[in-house]
Structure formats: structure tokens, C-alpha cells
Ligand binder design. Structure first.
Ligand code: GLY
Length: 256
């Protein structure tokens, strides 16, 4: 069960952040409203929010997930792969220090973005991507192994339309992985029941199980119906402004 989440609203220069998609510029007021609805959904899931102030020094800093890996046993501060995002970790160190006695840290030349890290119980899938390199993944595995977690690495470089591993997969509980077609067949996904993402609904692959609910991007009816048939309680959230900036539901919080 999660009890807390760290969140940070977008800053008014959110549109200056990194993106690889061509969906137009995000509308700030709309992004703020979508973020507020996201926060309310987390509260509905039973979480207490730790709300950081918007930080215009880092236009991507609303995507707090990339700055740390938080688990029951340990917390690891990442070294984000994008140069413009490295400083985002400073305020996260300050915040997480209140909850963990020790913080491990990925050191250069290692880089890790939290969006590449998928926890499945006591096992972690770590994506090697444009943001997370092998050195960073090895360091992270070392920290996790020291806390009795296991890990394996999944190379997602060159997978079309995928910024991070979790842009294409979600562990939704009950031994089930939601997987976009572009990632099907990875040997690391063997042993899980695979829920395939219908064609055209790839953005919905990034959703999050939070206690008794699944936060799910609005506008993807086929996957929504499939998950509801499997018995999940979905909370649908408008994500259009974050999608424009290459962000998904998981990116907007650190849950622990
Ligand atoms: N805009 C999210 C990222 O590129 O890191």
C-alpha cells in the first residue's frame, strides 16, 4: 500500500521543457487544472500529498518521478539523463531526507531516469534508454540488490515513440503487465500475464496502480474496457497537456 506521494505542479514556463512529440504547445492553465485533478485522484486513493512548489528553473520538474526511486526499504536519487534536468534532484534530496535515513545516489557517468524503472514486487525492470545508460542501471541494481531486491535490464533504445521503459509498460498488480506492441517479446516479461495495448492507444500504456485504483489517461476506450473487464477500478484523468511534453501519469508523482 502507498501512503504518500510527492508532487509538483507545472511552472508557467512548462512549455519550455523537453519534448519529442509534435502535438503543439501545452496550455499552462489547462495543465494546472489537469495536475490538480491528478492530485485529487491520488488523495482519493488514500495518499497524503507532499506538494512541492513549482520551479521555473526546471520546466520539466513537474515530472518528479524521474528524480528518484523510492521503495519500502530504500531511496535512490537518480542522475537524470537530460542535462537540463540534473538540478531537479536538489529539492528531492531535501524532501526525501525527511522520510529516509539514507539516500543512495547514482553517480556520473551513470544516468538514470525514474521513468525507466518499473517495480514488480521485489523485482525491478530497468530500461536502458536515451536517458538511462548501462552504467546508471548497474549502479541502481547494486543499490537495490543491497536491499534484497532483484533487477533485470531491458534495452528499449531505438523503440519508436518510447522515451522511457514505462512509456510502454505498466505493472498493474496480479502478476499482470500492460505492454505496448513495440515492446512485446522481451524475455524479461516472461512469467507475467501480458495485457496488450490496442493499436492507436499506446499512450495509455502508462497508467498507475495506486492501492485499490488505477489512474488511467482519458480517451483510450479499448484498453479501458479491457481493464474494467479484469476487475480494475479506473480513475480517468485528462492528460493532454502532459502528453504534449512527453509525460505520462506515472511521471507526475513519486509514490511510497
Ligand atoms: N518532458 C519530459 C522529459 O523529456 O524528460
Amino acid at each position: 500500500m502507498f501512503t504518500r506521494a510527492i508532487v509538483r505542479p507545472p511552472s508557467d514556463n512548462f512549455a519550455d521543457g523537453l519534448t519529442s512529440v509534435d502535438l503543439g504547445a501545452p496550455v499552462f492553465e489547462k495543465a494546472l487544472a489537469q495536475h490538480r485533478a491528478y492530485c485529487e485522484a491520488l488523495i482519493r486513493c488514500g495518499l497524503t500529498l507532499i506538494e512541492l512548489e513549482a520551479d521555473p528553473a526546471y520546466p520539466d520538474s513537474t515530472f518528479v518521478e524521474d528524480t528518484a526511486i523510492v521503495t519500502e526499504n530504500c531511496a535512490v536519487i537518480t542522475n537524470p539523463g537530460a542535462e537540463s534536468r540534473k538540478g531537479e534532484v536538489v529539492s528531492i534530496v531535501e524532501t526525501l531526507s525527511k522520510f529516509y535515513d539514507r539516500l543512495d545516489r547514482v553517480q556520473p557517468p551513470g544516468t538514470v531516469d525514474g521513468g525507466d524503472v518499473c517495480q514488480i514486487g521485489s523485482h525491478f525492470l530497468i530500461g536502458i534508454s536515451e536517458r538511462t545508460n548501462r552504467e546508471g542501471a548497474e549502479q541502481l541494481s547494486g543499490f537495490l540488490n543491497a536491499e534484497s531486491y532483484t533487477s533485470s535490464h531491458v534495452d528499449v533504445r531505438g523503440t519508436k515513440g518510447l522515451l522511457h521503459l514505462k512509456s510502454g509498460i505498466t505493472f498493474i498488480g496480479e502478476n499482470r503487465l500492460i505492454v505496448a506492441d513495440s515492446l512485446l517479446g522481451q524475455p524479461e516479461f516472461g512469467g507475467y500475464e501480458i495485457v496488450r495495448v490496442p493499436a492507436g492507444e499506446e499512450y495509455a500504456a502508462n497508467c498507475i496502480r495506486v492501492n485499490d485504483y488505477v489512474l488511467f489517461a482519458a480517451g483510450f476506450p479499448k484498453l479501458k474496457t479491457e481493464l474494467e473487464k479484469l476487475g480494475y477500478n479506473l480513475i480517468e484523468l485528462e492528460m493532454s497537456e502532459f502528453e504534449k511534453m512527453d509525460g505520462g501519469l506515472s511521471c507526475l508523482s513519486l509514490r511510497f
